[in-house]
Design a protein around this ligand. Structure first.
Ligand code: BGC
Length: 724
């Protein structure tokens, strides 16, 4: 049951000074002092751009002396920390807040728990390829169990930025290009993180980000401008944030980017009119890191004070890292430029989430003992392996080279086959390299005496390894630093060095199996041609090696399907399935919409993924009924293995007041089928789900002919049509 804390909030506010209220809006991170005189943000930067390894980051965080600005904390000038992820420190700081500040208001600890805390699960883009909300919720729950045991109260996740441009490095942090999938993914994560009662010690508040449309940055360049029609914004980008708010997410993080010229951090239309008024959100709005101050550079605020004024008036409650509120708000309130009622509202939002988390009644939510007993439990590793296996997408399997037979001798090539630290992918700051299992280690654990040939091996060693093996397995792709924040790429290929290896292996005439590690789609037509099989493993997390071998050796039948289109060349970006037709769709004749030097088709379409068995779709039926369009189809497992199939339902409205996408995913179902078994799947598409916006932004019901496609990917066959 939702509890009402409003009177307690008001009572507390009435006792607070202006300074104390402003203090409640301040989030900071620890600074590292002494030999490592860098801020937490800078240290994070150093890890992301490769100046220090993840291991070094962990070592610095645990050994360097950290400055938690305790004098400020005692004076009531700190409300929240970002980046404190251990029970001991959290407890010590919380005691200062509760026992040594005038009002004893507890601290809120925020942390980027993006895909697992210590038990790192696959990157979100990977996990989305499982098309399984129950799994997304389950891994979210594991993340919350671990992170809360380590003192965390709120995660800066889920990220539900729809991303259609593979050049953008942060495509790795979300559920891909489709709005329906991002909505389902985000809502499941919110349920998993928060559980059924936020005041429980193992519940973690979800902070939905980055509101809004961060994934639509021009040219796929991080932080870049977003300029789009309101129709497109509402149809393709906003629903995923709303789905998370509807699922009960208690915090929202505005995005770095501007929308049509107004940065989200100072955008009152976004933060007040839409989020609070229209969607009824009354939780916490926390800025992205330093984003308020950056409004000056953006060119919307004259100086830091003006940025602080605009942000709080727009509805930004908490300042992450920029210190503009703590520096400027007092003067702004005293001069009347910011009404005290606005300050009260912001401080009230902060207090509300602290009440909801139960922090006033139980500020010390964890202990070091609980932390020790919780992190990396064997059952969490089992879930991480399940998630990794379900995230893997089989992209090519010529002559059924996979699964490998037990007697097959393989040789392993490529640095990524043995690099444990690379397995987590980006944003895994609670991870430890030693927890990860590489492919090479997993082979040894299975008793497979496959030779591993590291990147330093010379030609002769490589040849000898290849000669002694029946199949050659090459682990290539991207390092974890090549995707994630501030990791946009203008050329989304596999490096030349890695391609040389693939060519060399292919020249031997033996089948080459490529295992891809990456945080985004890659444009790899040559690799596709040379390889007998391509296994998309993404950055799979701590159980990388065992999960990949489960697939290669055939213990598990692959079932993952792409949630993002793989272009054939980078120049096709942004490329996505739900595009619209021009009056001259690309075709053979010259004056049509296409490139002279690139194909029209993607390398692998959205929704695509192979299995070790085959499925047949028959008996499609599409009917208009009172509650919506009923679509049914019989799916039969026609191959020799049991398997899971992801059945997808797309629609196309042939005419409209605005042109409609050639396909839109409207529903999906994941079903298990034994060999020879048939199941009938029925989708009901409610009429409300076909609504769209006309030129004047009026919501319009679907009309005219509606074609429906059902099948195993976005190129599914026509199932039937109705007239709306
Ligand atoms: C990222 C956010 C993240 C924040 C806090 C920023 O750089 O954009 O996604 O939550 O840092 O660490």
């Amino acid at each position: 049951m939702k509890k009402d804390y409003e009177s307690r909030i008001q009572e507390l506010l009435s006792k607070m000074t202006i300074e104390e209220k402003i203090g409640q809006l301040q989030q900071c991170g620890p600074s590292l002092v002494g030999a490592f005189d860098v801020s937490f943000d800078e240290l994070l930067n150093m890890m992301f751009d490769g100046r220090i390894s993840q291991e070094e980051f962990g070592r610095l965080m645990s050994t360097a002396e950290q400055d938690f600005h305790e004098e400020d904390l005692r004076a009531g000038r700190i409300s929240s920390y970002n980046g404190v992820g251990d029970a001991g420190t959290a407890d010590r700081l919380q005691r200062i807040a509760v026992e040594e500040t005038r009002l004893g208001i507890p601290l809120l600890f925020g942390y980027d728990v993006i895909h697992g805390f210590r038990t790192v699960t696959p990157i979100p883009l990977a996990e989305s390829c499982a098309w399984e909300p129950e799994l997304w919720e389950k891994t979210g729950r594991v993340a919350a169990e671990e992170a809360t045991a380590a003192g965390v109260h709120m995660t800066f996740a889920p990220m539900v930025d729809v991303a259609k441009d593979a050049r953008w490095g942060r495509i790795s942090e979300g559920a891909g290009e489709d709005v329906l999938l991002n909505s389902a993914y985000g809502a499941a994560k919110v349920r998993g993180f928060q559980g059924d009662d936020l005041s429980k010690e193992n519940a973690m508040a979800a902070c939905v980000k980055h509101f809004a449309a961060y994934g639509a940055g021009e040219a796929g360049r991080d932080y870049n401008r977003v300029d789009m029609s309101p129709q497109r914004l509402w149809e393709e980008y906003m629903p995923s944030y709303q789905a998370c708010v509807d699922a009960g997410a208690r915090a929202v993080m505005p995005a770095f980017n501007d929308i049509n010229g107004v940065p989200c951090s100072v955008n009152s239309w976004l933060l007040r009119d839409i989020l609070r008024e229209r969607w009824g959100f009354n939780g916490l709005v926390i800025s992205d890191s330093n984003a308020i101050a950056e409004c000056v550079i953006h060119g919307i605020a004259a100086d830091r004070k003006d940025a602080a004024r605009q942000a709080i008036l727009a509805g930004m409650d908490m300042d992450m890292a920029s210190n503009t509120y703590i520096e400027c708000l007092k003067e702004l309130v005293e001069s009347g430029e910011v009404p005290e009622s606005v300050l009260d509202e912001a401080a009230g939002d902060v207090l509300r989430i602290k009440f909801e988390l139960g922090l006033f009644d139980h500020p010390y939510r964890t202990t070091q003992k609980r932390e020790q007993e919780t992190l990396l439990r064997p059952e969490y590793r089992t879930i991480a392996r399940e998630a990794a296996v379900k995230s893997i997408v089989l992209l090519k399997n010529k002559d059924r080279v996979l699964p490998l037979k037990p007697e097959t001798k393989a040789a392993l090539f490529g640095a990524l086959a043995a690099d444990k630290g690379q397995m987590t992918g980006s944003w895994a700051i609670g991870a430890k390299e030693k927890d990860c299992v590489s492919m090479a280690e997993a082979c040894a654990a299975r008793g497979l005496d496959w030779q591993y040939c590291g990147p330093d091996a010379d030609e002769a060693v490589l040849q000898a390894a290849a000669e002694g093996a029946d199949v050659l397995i090459a682990a290539v792709g991207e390092t974890k630093e090549e995707s994630g924040e501030a990791a946009s790429r203008a050329d989304i290929t596999v490096s030349e060095e890695q391609m040389r290896l693939i060519r060399q292996l292919a020249d031997t005439g033996k089948p080459v199996i490529v295992v891809l590690f990456n945080g985004r789609p890659l444009a790899i037509p040559e690799l596709h041609e040379l390889a007998a099989a391509v296994v998309e493993a993404w950055h799979p997390g701590v159980e990388a090696g065992p999960a990949i071998l489960d697939i290669l050796c055939g213990d598990v039948n692959p079932s993952g399907k792409l949630t993002t289109t793989f272009p054939a060349v980078t120049g096709q970006c942004p490329m996505y399935y739900a595009h619209i037709n021009t009056g001259r769709p690309g075709g053979k004749s010259k004056f049509t919409s296409k490139y002279l030097d690139a194909p029209l088709e993607p390398l692998y379409p959205f929704g695509y993924g192979l299995s070790y068995t085959t499925y047949a779709y028959t008996g499609q039926k599409v009917e208009k009924k009172e509650d919506g369009i009923h679509v049914s189809v019989a799916v039969t497992n026609t191959g020799g293995r049991d398997g899971d199939e992801i059945v997808q339902c797309y629609v196309q409205q042939m005419t409209g007041r605005r042109v409609r996408p050639v396909r839109q995913l409207k529903d999906f179902a994941k079903i298990s089928l034994k060999t020879g078994e048939t199941k009938t799947v029925t989708f009901v598409i409610p009429y409300a789900g076909l609504r769209y916006y006309d030129w004047e932004m009026k919501e319009t019901p679907g009309e005219g002919i509606l074609k429906v496609y059902v099948g195993g990917d976005s190129q599914a066959e026509l199932a039937g049509q109705v007239v709306l």
